[in-house]
Write a protein that binds this ligand. Structure first.
Ligand code: ADP
Length: 827
């Protein structure tokens, strides 16, 4: 609200005189500065005033009809006109007339004859006074309006509003609060909280707070329950705010109080609902853990026993039928794992577990696991890992394998014929980080453009009929893309219906400082060993060449059996025969067996050791290998470490010049491992049988304990000696695995390296591994027990137990083991 004191129009002056001459005289004297009006009588003057009020009236006293006194009385008696200043004009020496005029309310007088200078000063002063008066009127009216507005507003809100003076007395209280107290404003004014019968301690607190606001000049908030004299009980929140004077001093304090009973009740209800939701979530996790246990335990029996029976002599039909049992069980396990992972994603609990690992081995492993399936479907599975990929990186190899298994598995599943190629390259190297690019291409059914984005959504398949034709849950890509996201990469697809798909993903890893140790110390130096590589596929030749060069061998490449024979003979003639031939099995002109037989039947070159790389282990391969004179055979795709071991072993056998050399296979390579005594602690009889048979077949002696207490007794009796490793179930009656491990760690002698303990648990939830490690275990296997993993873990622990005890000695990365795929066991 701003007002301008300047008079915005020239002042209006009304001259009232019955004598035309006098009127004219005054008009002449005032001309220029004012808007002049004239009236010839009192009646005329009043009519003009009523029509438009002037700012000043010059009024003659003696007039016929209504005289000047009466006119003055009328103007001063009407509130609408009483602010108009009146100057009466009288005869020079007529004191009575002047007094009468002033008494009637006139502001001033002038004597005739009127002096011009005096007239102009008096008129000017009174006009200015009138302007002040008008201004004041206008301003106070506006203030009144504003006050009414404020009071109406404050009484229309449901909050309580009130104002205190410096003594903490109410100067204003809005209607809702008056209603609550059951009194009128007049009754409230000037009262304090004490006067209004607030409980003493509450009144004292509030008064103190009001004083604090005056002193500190800052607002203050509080909460309190209060019961009014009218019997209303509620929880209140209040704010006391200072009202400042122009000079910054606090003039009064405004209070606003709000009923927060409903809000508090809602917050409480929300808290209860939140607790309930959290409890439900915990129950869900617990249920998942239990389900995982309940499903995996019998699955362990199914898969383990099937594996055992598959390793015995069977008719073709039995083998086929059991193969179906095995693949169904594996498929079921995959579904269970997918659902568990998906629940983890939903719960935001999917996490990576980074360790140093060899990406080549991880990739090779995975391809190995899927090769059998690819070859069974008549597909070529080609793996092309760029030479730039570092030997060791830091990341989660288990989860990387999971993505690869899913994408390769899909590629194989959705490709009726042709090939599946996995290419791995470096997208960007920004030490200490590296971004790898994986591309999985197939020549399969492809995905229509409009479905390409949706396949990454949960439970979604490119088209409904896919489910019937190919099976699947539609979760694989969802899980994979989440994992890729966790690895700081992205996943995308390029595809054309009917022409195949390429799934790409990138993943970020840390570059590791030390390489992961290479297996098997050399008995034979591979360096400078010449080797002939025979393969019709150029990519495979390149891969083999790269691996061999990595060991400083000297490879020569041949694209066919004929080519190979010519090369072998030429080398013989030049006096530098090839001691070693690595040959593919399937080749267009003559296959690997034919080539080997030809070599072995040609006395000039028969001394070469032949290692065969087959597409898939077929029943009968071993016999054919032996017949044709192959020293070792391995199923493709080849794992570096397996190839190296196979070459070393085959060459060693050759060096020993045995007449009946043993055939080297992946199994025999593993069988060359150390054997020992293992304590198996397991309450479930099926699981006992499975694990025991597997381990015994592998050449171990197994002692079984039915629970932790029994295990402890056995170990104590043996003085903790004589066992290479303990396989420890976690959930057991009497004494569980955690407790038992704790007691073993407490009681075993400190003089020896500690006894390796491997947990076997049917729980596959996050946190299990940490609990196992915390309990003093060294590694972790999740059920169902997969034979290859079991052996790998046990053997690593046995190896490690020969080393001095150190954290590094129990370095088999837990996740690495747990999430390893079901391995191809047919070869
Ligand atoms: P599913 O368990 O059904 O394979 P995924 O999430 O792995 O679940 O895949 C979702 C869908 O994406 C599949 O059902 C299929 O329709 C499509 N899809 C995935 N990979 C391929 C591929 N290589 N070729 C064609 N279609 C594919």
């Amino acid at each position: 609200m701003t007002f301008n004191l300047e008079i915005d129009h020239p002042a209006r002056v009304l001259i009232v005189d019955d004598e035309p001459h006098n009127r004219q005289l005054l008009e002449v004297m005032l001309a220029g500065g004012y808007l002049l009006q004239t009236a010839a009588s009192g009646e005329e003057a009043l009519a003009i005033v009523a029509h438009q009020a002037p700012d000043l009236i010059l009024l003659d006293v003696m007039m016929p009809g209504m005289d000047g006194y009466e006119v003055t009385s009328k103007i001063k008696g009407d509130p609408a006109t009483r602010n108009i200043p009146v100057i009466i004009i009288t005869a020079l020496d007529d004191r009575d007339a002047r007094m009468r005029g002033l008494n009637a309310g006139a502001e001033d007088f002038l004597s005739k004859p009127v002096d011009r200078a005096e007239l102009s000063v008096r008129v000017r002063n009174l006009v200015r006074l009138k302007a002040y008066g008008d201004y004041y009127d206008k301003y106070s009216r506006a203030l009144e309006r504003r006050e009414r507005m404020l009071i109406t507003t404050l009484s229309s809100i449901s909050d309580f509003a009130y104002v205190f003076d410096r003594d903490g007395r109410f100067v204003y209280v809005n209607q809702p609060l008056l209603d609550l107290w059951g009194i009128t404003l007049q009754e409230a004014e000037g009262k304090t909280f004490f006067d209004l019968k607030y409980p003493d301690d509450l009144a004292a607190l509030l008064m103190r707070q009001v004083q604090e606001v005056f002193a500190n000049t800052t607002r203050l908030t509080g909460e309190t329950p209060y019961t009014s004299p009218t019997g209303v009980h509620a929880d209140y929140e209040y704010i006391f705010s200072p009202v400042f004077e122009a000079d910054g001093a606090v003039e009064s304090v405004v209070g606003i109080t709000r009923d927060i009973t409903a809000r508090k009740r809602e917050a409480e209800a929300l808290g209860v609902a939140k607790d309930a939701a959290e409890a439900a979530n915990r129950a869900k996790s617990q249920f998942l853990a239990n389900m995982s246990h309940e499903i995996r335990t019998p699955m362990n029996g199914v898969i383990g026993m099937t594996d055992l029976v598959l390793d015995t002599d069977l008719t073709v039909e039995q083998r086929e039928n059991l193969g179906i049992v095995k693949s169904s069980a594996d498929a079921l396990l995959t579904v269970i794992n997918d659902i568990l992972d998906f629940s983890r994603i939903e719960a935001g609990k999917l996490e990576l577990d980074p360790i140093d690992f060899s990406p080549r081995d991880a990739i090779g492993d995975t391809a190995n696991a899927l090769a059998w399936k690819a070859h069974q479907n008549g597909l070529e599975l080609i793996v092309d890992v760029d030479a730039d990929i570092p030997h060791t990186i830091r990341g989660d190899p288990g989860r990387l394998r999971q993505i690869l298994i899913n994408l390769l598995g899909n590629a194989i599943k959705f490709t009726p014929h042709g090939e599946v190629v996995l290419r791995v390259g470096v997208e960007a190297a920004t030490p200490p980080e590296i971004l790898l690019h994986f591309a999985i291409s197939d020549t399969g059914i492809g995905i229509a453009l409009d479905r390409q984005q949706r396949v990454f959504e949960a439970f979604t398949q490119a088209d409904g009929s896919t489910t019937r034709a190919y099976g699947g849950t539609g979760l694989g890509l969802t899980i994979s893309s989440k994992l890729v996201q966790l690895m700081g990469g992205r996943v995308w697809v390029e595809s054309e219906a009917g022409r195949g798909s390429t799934f790409h993903f990138t993943a970020r890893f840390a570059t590791a400082s030390a390489p992961v140790s290479m297996p098997v110390p050399d008995a034979i130096d591979l360096q400078d060993l010449t080797v002939l590589v025979v393969d019709d596929n150029a990519t495979n030749r390149r891969l083999l060449e790269e691996m061999l060069l990595g060991w400083r061998m000297v490879p020569t490449l041949a694209a066919s059996a004929l080519d190979a024979l010519a090369t072998l003979r030429a080398a013989q003639q030049s006096g530098q025969p090839f001691p070693l031939v690595l040959t593919d099995f399937q080749m267009p002109d003559a296959d690997g067996f034919t080539l080997t037989s030809t070599i072995k039947n040609d006395p000039t070159i028969a001394r070469a050791t032949v290692v065969m790389l087959t597409s898939a282990g077929q029943p009968g391969d071993a016999g054919r290998c032996r017949e044709s004179g192959v020293a070792a055979y391995l199923a493709k795709p080849i794992r570096r470490s397996d190839l190296r071991s196979a070459i070393l072993t085959a060459m060693r056998v050759r060096t020993a010049e045995q007449h009946q050399p043993a055939l080297v296979t992946r199994h025999s390579l593993r069988e060359a491992r150390p054997s020992g005594r293992i304590l198996l602690v397991e309450d479930n009889s099926v699981n006992q049988l499975v694990a025991r048979r597997l381990l015994e077949k592998r050449g171990y002696t197994v002692v079984v304990a039915g629970n932790g207490r029994e295990a402890l007794a056995i170990l104590e009796e043996a003085a903790f000696a004589g066992f290479g490793c303990v396989l420890m179930d976690v959930q057991m009656p009497e004494m569980n695995g955690f407790e038992c491990t704790g007691l073993i760690r407490e009681r075993e002698p400190r003089t020896r390296s500690r006894l390796p303990i491997v947990a076997m648990t049917a729980h596959a939830m996050d946190g299990d591994e940490a609990r196992c490690l915390a309990a003093g275990m060294d590694a972790y296997l999740s059920k169902p027990i997969q034979p290859d993993l079991l052996f790998e873990v046990v053997e690593r622990q046995l190896d490690a137990s020969h080393l001095p005890p150190s954290p590094a000695a129990r370095s088999l990365p837990i996740k690495d083991v747990r999430d390893r795929p079901v391995q191809d066991r047919a070869s």
